[in-house]
Design a binder for this molecule. Sequence first.
Ligand SMILES: C[S@@+](CC[C@H](N)C(=O)[O-])C[C@H]1O[C@@H](n2cnc3c(N)ncnc32)[C@H](O)[C@@H]1O
Length: 516
Amino acid sequence: MIASDGYITDTPYVPGFFHHMAPIAMRYAAVLNKKAPVASPECFRYLELGCGLGRVFTTLAAANPGGEFVGVDINPDHAAFAANDIRAGGLANARILNCDFASLPADLGLFDFVALHGVLSWVSVEVREQILAIARRHLAPGGLLLVSYNAMPGWAHLQPIRGILRQYAQLREGGALQKVRDAMAYLVLLRDKQAKYFVDNPAAAAFVQNLTNQDLHYVAHEFMHEHWSTYYFSDVVNLFAGADLSYVGSLPASTNYWELCIKPEFHDLFRTSQSRLVSEAHKDICANTAFRWDVYGKSCAVVVTLADRLACADDLVYRATRQDIQFPHQVNLGAVISTVQGEPYESLTALLSRSDLRLSQILEAPELQGFDLAGVVHALDLGVALGLYEVVANPLLDAPAVLPDQPRVLHPFNAHVLATGAFGGRTVALASPVTGSGYNISDLDAAIVHELATAGAAGVRDRVLSRFQASGRSMNKDGQVVTDQAVIASALEQAIAQAQSTLVPQLIRHGILAAA
Ligand SMILES: C[S@@+](CC[C@H](N)C(=O)[O-])C[C@H]1O[C@@H](n2cnc3c(N)ncnc32)[C@H](O)[C@@H]1O
């Protein structure tokens, strides 16, 4: 069935969690770009438009009990899935509205955060105008909006893929899923027989390879809609300007640094450009950007001084992403290899490997005295962009002195997600009230943690094995499906040992499990 606005509704989407949509990520993107996010970390309102199965806003609701979360989706099956998660997860701070964007309740009120992922590029001009009207009416002054979209020029050579899939699917019988299955087979045939389009566009051939590994539900939602557009960055800036919003910055953090995304040959072009809007346009061409996650703000105050930053965002906590960071440290973000070495990186990394700290605490740390403060802040932000550090809502909890045989799942939402996600064939996102975001684990780990939490370590291998067999999932080793039961049992045993020694303590540190 095709909904009246051209959006397919007979094929459910796939559940997913995206860290960029967390309030903590949006607030950091704002402050990194010298814009003050007004929302208090303890008390805010968050609206997700086109939430699909709702696993972003429901996970965030469990991770941010002080926030109020509303999801909107036109698809009744999606809304029912989200409603079930809200009920089973005991989420008193979340609700789902099963309606289209033109029919939001008049008394919905203002939101500090609005987010839409995988929506803008897939809706009609009319629905896009409805989204802009919501941004204009419902984003609070000082509020932040996150929007993702298929970007140009990275999509230019891939557009025919969508055209081929849709045209072929229209000739086929059956529901959206069957049509997309047939159309994918046709696309693969064209690629394998070296149709000239694929010969002339090798990246398109690689893209098809990637598509064959995707869930068909995802492929259907990505390509089968009547409306499908790619945007230049400047088009989206102009659209949101019409809703009184201006561009703040982008996610991941690295994309705010052109020098991390662009080959050195082009650096002069950027150094001489005065405007961020112009730099972003250059960047998309030089980096062939195909997808963007952009943050927009409504009348956000400008962060001029360090004192301003501390006044609006000193609740953000910074921590080293790993304990084993060595210097010189090299990171390749695609276009260039960046080398980090010397001070203040080495002292800062040593400090953040020992403790999770707010910016004011970092600046007061004895080992950083004597360094230029602006240099420390720059190193901190560049370190986040390069993946040395991450930004979380609270310091992680201490690891348990003794590993528990039967850890306890702290939030009913996480217990529900573990029970339903075990061997479900997809990554499972758990809600961390410590980071204020989600924590992704594999469906095998979800099964192990669920079994440990519900019945303890004794006999866990046999229970996980029988769940695995009942799930119909297969196990791959070295690219081959494993059929030998002894090999499967031994692999599960190893995974359980690893989960008990490493994952369970991590989940305790993230406030997802408790030792008893
Ligand atoms: C590609 S899915 C993305 C789902 C989710 N944001 C995610 O990334 O997992 C787009 C979603 O927008 C919803 N949608 C499309 N048009 C809509 C409209 N006019 N009003 C409300 N929801 C709409 C669809 O039902 C679908 O669930």
